[in-house]
Design a protein around this ligand. Structure first.
Ligand SMILES: Cc1cc2nc3c(=O)[nH]c(=O)nc-3n(C[C@H](O)[C@H](O)[C@H](O)COP(=O)(O)O)c2cc1C
Length: 413
């Protein structure tokens, strides 16, 4: 029987009868952290007093390119918050490689194809989207803007696309669901405390999220230089929207939220499906081996991502592994791709190399910082319009038509 600390909180005396059998499991959730387990993400006493204000403007943005959004966001955001969003892990090799390798994929247009108006629409897990660009999970959006995840929800809803909410959101998943009636997915950093894991996914199901997205690349929070240098942790005062119910102490609640299941495995993924009956999207796939196992274990979507270079530094660019992952999946389940999407060309490259849908992280968050919901919407629409031009110029009438015939892949050493 797999009963842990949260089950005790939730079921009181009933659970007390199970104490003997579950003591070992409860202990593992409360055991001292392993080296590095809470590094970079733990909350220290006194942190709850730290105040923080992100961007406050609400306006449409005139976007020339997404690189300039980063420059503008740095001017308005507090140093620690900007560093948190901007940064990658370790030596930031992977973060840089995401952009470099992306540009190394050449486009091979088929001119004279007679395409008048490319159709950008796609369907994923039964949700029809007007264009193949979604919002990935990004924790602590209060760092970017005072409207937090509600602003992002309004912006992506207005653009007509799907939003994935991070479990580490400042607003609650219910508040975000109310601001985003359209299709939405819920991300999960699988907690060590299984009772809490169950609480989050069942709340998400009840609130209308249509898939659960366990992130598999961050069983330990990899240190990021910026956060260490700035002694930065996401301020508790911004809110812990999905904190465990029944734990009023914000520091203790953060500890439960941040303590992840380090020995995460495929049975945990299947457990999410069994509990919720919802499709499971495994985020952080960086190897054809993992992709093949995902399909074999009945996972519904493979999400190729290296977390924007924020998890294990030293892995290749996501775009570099995408073709081999796509070969392993062989069309059996859809593929979502992220890490390094900055222009319509990048969306096209990823679609050509096997993705069904892409997600764009930091640029959309900078949009939120600079213009709230309207800013996030502006970035999504900029990418949509840029993709439209690229599809017309390459001669691809719809998303399905974008294949490897339209790109020149760099030689992999
Ligand atoms: C500020 C920030 C917070 C993030 N938080 C999460 C998170 O809570 N869960 C998660 O799975 N990924 C998280 N990510 C990673 C994104 O989901 C996505 O993989 C990444 O941003 C894509 O790379 P890009 O920023 O180059 O587009 C975060 C990224 C950023 C920039």
């Amino acid at each position: 029987m797999d009963v842990q600390r949260r089950d005790f909180l939730l079921t009181g005396t009933l659970a007390a009868a199970a104490v003997a059998g579950s003591a070992a499991a409860a202990q593992s959730a409360n055991a001292p952290a392993a080296p590095g387990e809470t590094r970079g993400s733990s909350i220290l006493p006194g942190d709850e007093k730290v105040q923080y204000t992100g961007g406050t403007d609400v306006k449409r943005l005139k976007i020339i390119n997404t690189a300039e959004l980063e420059v503008e966001a740095e001017k308005i955001l507090p140093k620690g918050g900007y560093g948190y969003i901007f940064g990658g892990s370790g030596a930031e090799y992977t973060k840089a490689e995401n952009l470099r390798a992306m540009q190394a994929v050449g486009l091979e247009p088929h001119f004279l194809s007679g395409v008048l108006k490319p159709d950008l629409s796609v369907t994923i897990l039964g949700s029809k989207l007007p264009f193949p660009i979604i919002v990935p999970p990004m924790g602590g959006q209060g760092l970017a803007h005072v409207s937090k995840e509600i602003g992002m929800a309004q912006g992506s809803q207005a653009a007509g696309t799907l939003m994935t909410l991070s479990m580490q959101s400042n607003n609650s998943l219910e508040e975000v669901a109310a601001a985003h009636p359209g299709p939405k997915w819920m991300q999960l950093y699988f907690p060590a405390d299984r009772g809490y894991a169950r609480e989050v996914i069942m709340r998400a199901k009840a609130a209308g999220y249509t898939a659960i997205v366990p992130t598999i690349d961050s069983t330990l929070a990899y240190p990021r230089d910026n956060n260490i240098r700035n002694d930065f942790r996401i301020p508790v005062s911004l809110g812990k929207g999905n904190a465990p119910k029944g734990e009023p102490d914000p520091v203790k609640a953060s500890t439960i939220m941040n303590r992840r299941k380090v020995d995460l495995n495929w049975d945990d993924m299947v457990w999410i499906k069994e509990q919720t009956g919802l499709p499971v999207v495994v985020k952080g796939v960086m190897s054809p081996v993992t992709a093949k196992q995902a399909v074999e274990r009945g996972i519904d979507v493979v999400w190729v991502s290296n977390h924007g270079g924020r998890a294990l530094d030293g892995v290749p660019a996501s775009i570099s592994v995408l073709p081999r992952v796509a070969d392993a999946v062989n069309g059996r389940v859809p593929i979502v791709f992220d890490s390094g999407i900055r222009r319509g060309q990048d969306v096209f490259r990823a679609l050509a190399l096997g993705a069904n849908v892409v997600a764009c992280g930091r640029p959309v968050l900078y949009g939120l910082a600079l213009g709230g919901n309207l800013g996030a919407q502006s970035v999504l629409e900029y990418l949509r319009d840029d993709l439209y031009i690229v599809m017309q110029l390459t001669g691809t009438p719809n998303v399905k038509a974008i294949t490897r015939d339209y790109v020149v892949q760099p030689r992999v050493a």
